[in-house]
Design a protein around this ligand. Structure first.
Ligand SMILES: Cc1ncc(C[n+]2csc(CCOP(=O)(O)OP(=O)(O)O)c2C)c(N)n1
Length: 615
């Protein structure tokens, strides 16, 4: 068994999302079990069951076939979902992990099966999501020989996993799985690959589940700040006149929303959110400012630039959040609460790092922070808000045109903000962040760090297995949806329902928007034709609806919610609309391009949109 070094980027407490049942393990009884002779394949599945796995997403092939062959013995405990592309398996495992607060599992064969997982692995790495990817590998005697379907997947995934293993003997499988789960969930969570050679799956070894805790010398996932640093933080918070709290993904993953509410109740400090932190603090709370950064609210970015203290919770100052680092929040002292020490002072110099779990640190701070009156600062931010709210597109009268903002805002109204929304990547993702008001924790699943088109449908499928009773909506662009649309058939085979809203603008919209703003309006390789999405849904045995006017949105959403199987709605929205405000990449955070006063008239239509022909 070989292992890559554990990235120093990951440390501290296991993430926990409250109110989600943690799967029970059968390890309690295991000390009574005698050791048995099992094949490596049996050891693999039994180990997963002991780790609490009940569903996994995968695709078979030569090297992993012995494992699949042993699977029927465990069909009562382990459900295997046959995806239509391994990328879908990794995204589904991530959707499952995000929605459940536990670990997601994907399975693939060697070579192309394993390489197809890599986009999903990288996505989980950048968004710190615990998934385990199990890959078959060629027989150990063939390793390094360029054997059929041999790819050095531990080498390939070294920079995009928190850790990975190559296992060549059946007696090492259990320990590798145990360590993989421990590493994936502890500290800053992330993906782990366990690559197992075919002979290790076929050969036998003694097996007895060992339920002693994993100990890895040199890996210290738990960290706590010094009491003197906590005291300094409290003094800085009390002294600040224009403070802002940043809610990042860490707040959501640590289940720290309740504590953040308490912290804000005591301190009156307004809260801005990153994209992944949006569900960390209720959007309708009077101190909620909204999203910051490239497509954040104008007043939020302006307030950040004026602030004298930033309390950043579980976020990493991504370039989409900061804009030009040289001019970023120049007057603000910065406290950075973060469990990965490698994120501290990486991009933005901070005055006080507090290394540890967001929830634990808030628990330590809340009893000691005192009320401060902040009316002046809060009314100043309200003034900044004024004009932006007036030109917000959702307040425009219905002029017969369908804007994506309308669709998403109406979807929010009709679902009362309670649905789990899984978005793809592009303009629709930003409109979702702006117009679906998130008041409940962990109800938004989106690809933040990697920005992976094709993420939404398979991730929603994973979320569906984690949350069988929740309403789930995919919001995808016509481009991204086409990347992984084959997973519709997986939903059919599994008899699972999600609703799909395609924000169909006939373009790779976000790239088209950049071409409009920064490339002289030369729309190269962004006009895109699509299949008839209604017929596509029907070809899968599902239902499809098309909406072209705002007045039709509510009825379509109502019908989709009633129909018991997956429904795809093709929302034909304005083609040339753009996401506003926008901070051009690398520009100062408050140098924003604003929505024109009047809604834009479509000035150029995609010629291949209606006809499917480029003429
Ligand atoms: C896999 C992948 N390829 C390319 C990109 C670059 N990219 C970002 S947004 C975007 C356009 C997305 O178009 P669409 O899915 O139609 O959504 P829209 O922006 O129109 O809402 C592209 C190509 C990406 N993020 N991911």
């Amino acid at each position: 068994m070989t292992a890559s070094p554990i990235s120093s980027q990951h440390a501290a407490q296991p993430a926990a999302i409250p109110n989600k049942p943690q799967p029970s393990t059968s390890s309690e009884s295991s000390s009574l079990e005698l050791s048995r002779v099992c094949t490596g394949s049996e050891i693999l599945w039994e180990s997963l069951i002991h780790e609490g796995v009940s569903v996994m997403f995968g695709y078979p092939g030569g090297a992993i076939m012995p494992a699949y062959d042993a699977l029927p013995q465990y069909e009562k405990q382990l459900h295997h979902v046959l995806v239509r592309h391994e990328q879908g398996a990794a995204h589904a495992a991530e959707g499952y992990a995000r929605a459940s607060g536990t670990v997601g599992v994907a399975v693939a064969t060697s070579g192309p099966g394993a390489t197809n997982l890599t986009t999903g692995i990288a996505n989980a790495m950048l968004d710190s999501i615990p998934i385990i990817c199990i890959t078959g590998q060629v027989g150990s005697s063939l390793l390094g020989s360029d054997a059929f379907q041999e790819v050095d997947i531990t080498g390939v995934t070294l920079p995009i996993t928190k850790h990975n293993f190559l296992v060549t003997r059946p007696e090492d499988i259990m320990q590798a799985i145990k360590e993989a789960f421990y590493i994936a969930k502890s500290g800053r969570p992330g993906p782990v690959v366990v690559d197992i050679t075919k002979d290790a799956l076929q050969k036998s070894a003694n097996f007895k589940w060992d339920d002693s805790p994993v100990k890895l010398p040199g890996y210290r996932p738990e960290r706590r700040p010094l009491p003197s640093d906590l005291q300094r933080a409290i003094e800085m918070i009390h002294a600040a006149k224009k403070p802002i709290i940043f809610a990042g993904h860490g707040v959501v993953r640590a289940g720290a929303t309740g504590l953040l509410l308490e912290f804000v109740r005591k301190t009156e400090i307004p809260v801005a959110a990153t994209l992944l932190g949006l569900t960390g603090f209720p959007a309708s709370h009077p101190r909620a400012l909204g999203m910051m950064g490239m497509h954040g609210e104008a007043w939020v970015n302006k307030a950040i630039q004026e602030s004298d203290l930033i309390v950043a919770l579980g976020m990493r100052f991504d370039d989409r959040v900061t804009g030009n680092l040289k001019t970023y929040a120049p007057k603000a002292k910065k406290i950075h609460v973060e469990l990965d020490p490698a994120e501290v002072n990486k991009l933005v110099h901070v005055d006080l790092p507090l290394i540890g779990d967001v929830r634990e640190i808030l628990q330590m701070l809340v009893p000691h922070v005192e009320y401060r009156e902040r009316n002046e600062w809060i009314s100043h931010i309200d003034e900044l808000k004024g004009k932006s709210a007036v030109i917000d597109i959702k307040h425009m009268p219905d002029n017969g045109k369908l804007f994506a903002a309308h669709v998403i805002h109406d979807l929010w109204r009709l679902t009362e903000g309670k649905a789990i929304v899984v978005t793809d990547v592009g303009q629709h993702q930003m409109w979702e962040a702006q117009y679906y008001r998130h008041d409940f924790p962990n109800k938004l699943i989106t690809s933040g760090g990697l920005g992976t088109m094709g993420f939404a449908l398979p991730a929603a499928m994973g979320a569906r297995f984690a949350c069988p009773d929740e309403e789930i909506w995919v919001i995808a662009g016509d481009g991204g949806f086409q990347m992984t649309q084959a997973e519709l058939q997986t939903l059919v085979q599994e008899n699972k329902k999600v609703n799909v809203a395609i924000i169909n603008n006939g373009y790779l919209g976000m790239v088209r928007q950049w071409q409009q703003f920064f490339y002289g309006g030369r729309y190269v390789a962004t006009p895109m034709s699509s299949p008839d999405f209604v017929k596509l849904a029907e070809a899968h045995g599902l239902s499809g609806l098309r909406v072209t006017k705002r007045s039709e949105v509510a009825e379509a959403v109502r019908r989709a919610r009633e129909i018991p199987h997956t429904v795809v709605i093709d929302f034909r929205v304005e083609q040339m609309d753009a996401v506003y405000p926008m901070v051009p990449a690398g520009a100062d955070l408050d140098a924003m391009i604003r929505r024109p006063e009047a809604a834009p008239e479509p000035d150029q239509r995609n010629p291949i949109y209606e006809t499917g022909k480029d003429d």
